[in-house]
Structure formats: C-alpha cells, structure tokens
Ligand binder design. Structure first.
Ligand SMILES: Cc1cc2nc3c(=O)[nH]c(=O)nc-3n(C[C@H](O)[C@H](O)[C@H](O)COP(=O)(O)O)c2cc1C
Length: 341
C-alpha cells in the first residue's frame, strides 16, 4: 500500500485504516474465521447476526407473550429453524465476541437482527459488555399485514431502535431495506431515534416456488455488481442531508465498486458475496487496486473523494431524479423492426 494515498476513514466513531469491511456473514462465525478476515486485511469485522427469534426461543420472553399472545407466538415460532440449527447460541455468540476482542486488533461490530421491541433487545447490552466496539441492528421486516400502515411500520423501526439504543452507549447503525415511501424521511427519523449510522441496504432474499414439491424454498443467489446501484444512488441522495455515517452494502465486488461507494458519500463499503465466492483475500486485492487507481487519478485521500459524486449540491434532487429517469428512458436505442440496438 502506498504512503502517498491516505485510505483512512471513520465509521461509527472508529478510525479504520481503509473502508473495505466484511459485512455480516458466516465468515465471522468462528474465531478462526475472524482471524482470517483480519489477516486478509479487513479494517473491521461485522459479526453475523444474533436473531430475535433465536433469543426468544432461548428465553421464551414473557414480554413477547404478553404483546402477541402465546398461541400466535407459539405458531409463529414453529416456522423458524430449531435452536440447534443456528450455528452458535446466544452464549456462544457473546463468548465469540470476547475471544475475538482478545485475538484481533480490528474493531468488532456486533449484529442483532429483529423486528419487534421487547426483552430480546437486552442482548444489545450483553454484546456491548462482551466488548463489541459498535452494534449493527438489522431490521429485516417484510410488512405483510394489509392493516399495518406505512406510519406504523416506520414507528416499529424507531421503537426497536429506541429499545436497543437505551441498552448501549456504543455507536449503533441500522441496516434496513430501501422499501419506504419516503426513504429520506425514514433515514432522518432513524437518526432522530438514535442511529449513528445507516447500513444501506438489506438484500431481500426472494424465495422461489418448487413446482414439483409445491414448496417455497430458500433460494440464496449471491449478489452481482449491478446491485450496487440502488444503495449507491440512495447514499448519494442522503449524503450531507442526514447526520449519519453510511455503510454501503449489496453489490460491492471490486475496487471500482468501493470507489463509487466513497464518491457517493459512504464511510465504508461492505462485502459478503464477493468474499464468500472468491475468498477473503479479495480484501487485500481490492485495497491494493483501489490505492493504485487513486494514485493514477491523483487522489490523495479517501476523505477527498468522499461525497464528491453525491447530490449534496443539487438544489432540487426530486427534479434531478426525474430528469435522469427521462434521460435513461430516452437513451435506449432500438430497432423498430424488432431486434435491440
Ligand atoms: C450467506 C449469507 C449470510 C448472511 N448473514 C447475515 C447476517 O447474519 N446478518 C446480516 O445482517 N446480514 C447477513 N447477510 C447479508 C450480508 O451482510 C450483506 O448485507 C448482503 O449479502 C449484501 O451484500 P453483498 O452484495 O456483498 O453480498 C448474509 C449474506 C449471506 C450471503
């Protein structure tokens, strides 16, 4: 890495040597895995998630029973994997954080994954006590109830965040989906409810139908760089307008993706699919290629490029988006006889 290029960045109050961070995935499910990520050059590690359902399975939280009713709760729990199917239970998770803090020097970001306020959020405190430097709260919620208004969904997010926020003093980032009527407003609401950072965006795993077995099956396809554009656009829109750090997740596969994330305004670019597919050493490749690109293009620091392609100075982002939409449609050339140009 060249001393002439300053790759340092700051995310959730943490000073990182560069912005390439492995996001929550099975790569952090063991101490060896976390060590490998550090050896491969990661500047921080986001732990895989501890799930609300997993925690409730453990404790059968009274509060949850009271909120949702024992029967529907018991039925709901029957959809979830059995506790032994999770890789590590809550105690093992906390122990892994403790061991990781002893074994590696890079910051460790814990991850909680849930959708309802309540007793399970107490684990945020335990994650902090285990030594995590920050916490990522993944609110992966598909609003299937037709009677639930958009307002109520937004309130749910803020309530879960508030409960977690009350438990900890370490920085908290919220990982969420892009499916809000007013993404900007929602982002603002979350910062007002205590989010220090936003992790954009959760990737929704679209289940497929198995027509022979008549089953809905899990169908995990790893991402491609094409998927970068959605989080890229939203970080470019929100940068400078929302007082939060931004982590870009989904579609980061190479150094150009990381550079784009920085120019949109992200503090860090997170990867899972690329590391699962090609190996954790891709982190070093990407950091090296990024450094070279910056030297060739005469950038001296990540700070200098951060937000340079954001919409911070666009006075009317709505009109800008409309104009881009029209330009995109009009740029398509086709052959009226039938084949595409
Ligand atoms: C196998 C697998 C496991 C994952 N587990 C988690 C998890 O436990 N918690 C979480 O917040 N995200 C999890 N993710 C989502 C990733 O952190 C990431 O946000 C998503 O894959 C998009 O990034 P990518 O395009 O780099 O893969 C997982 C992704 C994969 C592929």
């Amino acid at each position: 890495m060249s001393a002439s290029v300053d790759l340092t960045t700051r995310y959730l109050g943490l000073d990182l040597k560069h912005p390439v961070v492995p996001s929550a995935s099975p790569l952090s499910q063991s101490l060896d895995g976390i060590r490998r990520l550090e050896d491969a050059g990661a500047s921080a590690v986001v732990m895989y998630s501890l799930f609300e359902e997993q925690l409730i399975h453990e404790s059968l939280s009274l509060e949850h029973y009271l909120s949702y009713g024992a029967e529907s709760f018991a039925e709901a729990l029957s959809y979830f994997p059995e506790p032994q199917d999770y890789n590590v239970g809550p105690e093992g998770y906390l122990e892994l954080i403790r061991q990781a803090k002893e074994a590696v020097d890079v910051p460790i970001i814990g991850s909680l994954n849930g959708t309802s306020p309540g007793g399970w959020t107490h684990y945020a405190k335990l994650i902090q006590e285990a030594g995590a430097d920050a916490l990522e709260l993944n609110i992966y919620h598909v609003a299937t109830d037709p009677s639930l208004s958009g307002d109520a969904v937004e309130q749910l997010y803020c309530d879960v965040l508030r409960d977690v926020r009350e438990m900890v003093s370490i920085p908290v980032a919220v990982k969420l989906s892009p499916y809000f009527s007013s993404m900007g407003h929602m982002a603002h609401k979350l910062t007002r409810s205590g989010a220090d950072g936003l992790v954009l965006f959760n990737r929704f795993y679209q289940p497929d139908f198995d027509l022979e077995e008549l089953e809905v099956g899990p169908h995990l396809v790893l991402s491609s760089s094409d998927e970068l554009r959605l989080p890229l656009r939203w970080i470019a829109i929100l940068y400078g307008r929302i007082p939060a750090d931004f982590a870009l997740t989904t579609g980061v596969h190479n150094h150009l993706d990381v550079l784009k994330a920085m120019m949109a305004g992200a503090n860090v670019a997170m990867l899972a699919s690329e590391l699962l597919k090609s190996g954790v050493w891709r982190i070093t490749d990407i950091v090296d290629a990024m450094t070279l690109w910056m030297e060739e293009h005469e950038y001296v620091s990540v700070a200098q490029m951060r937000g340079s392609m954001s919409q911070q100075h666009v006075s009317d982002p709505d009109a800008f988006e409309r104009a881009n939409y029209m330009r995109t449609l009009q740029s398509f050339r086709f052959d009226p006889t039938g084949s595409m140009a």
